[in-house]
Design a binder for this molecule. Sequence first.
Ligand code: SF4
Length: 385
Amino acid sequence: MSRAPEFAIYVHWPFCKSKCPYCDFNSHVRAEIDEARWRHALLADLDHYAGETGGRAVTSIFFGGGTPSLMSAATVAAVIDRIAARWPLDPAVEITLEANPTSVEAERFRDFRMAGVNRASLGVQALEDGALKFLGRAHDAREALAALDVARRTFERFSFDLIYARPRQTVAEWEAELERALDLAGEHLSVYQLTIEAGTAFATAHARGDFALPDEETQAQLYETTQARLAAAGLPAYEISNHARPGAECRHNLAYWRSADYVGVGPGAHGRLTLDGSRIATRQLRAPETWLAAAERQGHGSEERVTVAPPEHLEEVLMMGLRLAEGISRERFRTALGAEFESALEEKRLAPLIEEGFLVLDEQHLAATAAGRQRLNAVLAALLG
Ligand code: SF4
């Protein structure tokens, strides 16, 4: 039986207890939050988008942030209920909530489950206290293990994130940490390489020479170790940083990578909608208080809505789709761009990338090989010029 076409809804909660030094997400620390106002504004924003996309079956809802596990379960329930009232829900709808693995938040997992959340994604990041301290996390390893245990018992599905390529981390240390992670993992694991993002506290500290990242060769070894060990454990990479047992992939993120339609509500959220045959990009106001005021004043927090021109749409479909091991199916490409790969891409750019083993093109799909995914930015630059 084929699944309904993906149609996803992303809800952004922009607040955190403290700001992690590596984080460049739209996350903010506030002494006080008037949650009732936020709840009403999010519901108004949903109503606004329901007016345009109301008949479509929602295949996934994702509460991201920020730290959405700091929302009350009542707000999470109100958002899910409003979505269910405005759109039909696919019977297999995936409803994910990102959570930090502190004891306070774990205590609320049951309430989130009652509200309708069926998948949790926990920001564990490391299983060593020293590394957690360096990463500025509010939890220690013991607390993370306890929260994972509660998540396993509470939700139908759960995943957690780890960050590797930390300063002075050796391949042997990372292998040992990965083994511990595999003992704790369910069917999905996200494993990110530490990168220094502009404007973060780490960017300043790194520029000052406070710490250094592992050299390129060690980074490559850490990446390869991750791929090999997780594949051997039955959790192959289905995307650059995401691993799952086949069938247990995060449906919501697949919707992004497959260039499906999604609504984004809350500060800074992006959306992509196909309306009357045009691809529309939506962007919400980024600053929390500005977004809240706009949503209260005009019933939505959108800052911008632009038509994505075909060349940008092509670029986006390739940038997103080549992250996936499955690549981009010919059918999806045809539906999105109304063209075949051979006519949309330049032969003189495509052929060398295939010959060098970075891309594969066959009757079913265009995909990046493992080597291609490891250096995807360079592959895309070569492909698109
Ligand atoms: S908890 Fe997550 S969103 Fe919040 S500051 Fe830390 S990494 Fe960023």
